[in-house]
Design a protein around this ligand. Sequence first.
Ligand SMILES: C[S@@+](CC[C@H](N)C(=O)[O-])C[C@H]1O[C@@H](n2cnc3c(N)ncnc32)[C@H](O)[C@@H]1O
Length: 213
Amino acid sequence: MTEPCIQRSFGRQAFGSDPAGYDAARPAYPEWVFDFLRERCGLVADAATFEIGAGTGTATRRVLARGANPMVAIEPNERLAAFLRETIPDQRLIVVVAPFEDAVLQESSFDLGLSATAFHWLDEDPALMKVARLLRPGGWWAMLANEFGNSSLPDPFHDATKGLLGKPCNPAAGRGDVPFALDAIARFAAAVCPTRDAARRVYAVTNGQIARL
Ligand SMILES: C[S@@+](CC[C@H](N)C(=O)[O-])C[C@H]1O[C@@H](n2cnc3c(N)ncnc32)[C@H](O)[C@@H]1O
């Protein structure tokens, strides 16, 4: 994989200069995403859930509304973490202020893990290994990503702006022109799990499709 010219560690601070402004400008994820998590990924009442890179809670609120309990939001940026606490007064929410790599969480204790447009800031291989360790047998892992640069879909905005942005210059860049989030082969290749059972617990959800290892 080509080394991105923005370092992944930059993502820990990149989004926190104006949490309220960021929150106001950020588009909501479609409702079907959360229906899908409920119908296919065990997001039911009291599903023990963790989220990597919760930001201002764009996905967190919606997952809480579907019954997640506890909802462990892992967010390294202190200002974003404070925004989460202030704007989501819900006892089920636990905010862990740390990068996922350093977060101390109980293994085999979660029914669902997710990351919404944030996983590209982490080194995928060790992060997925840790995800697998945190999930209970039969638990689910979901990666949500806004699509940008999917050559199989019409995307006039991407077509109009790709010349300005140049070659992939961010941590989401996968092999060639395919972002990691859209590259099923790269995602599965990254999901190297210590045991077959652990591998079964790793799932990838992208673009309305689900794949099971
Ligand atoms: C593009 S924002 C997405 C925020 C939110 N999930 C959303 O959908 O609006 C990426 C988030 O990942 C967080 N992040 C970056 N590196 C991280 C890491 N190593 N561990 C956990 N979160 C990280 C950032 O602080 C930021 O909140």
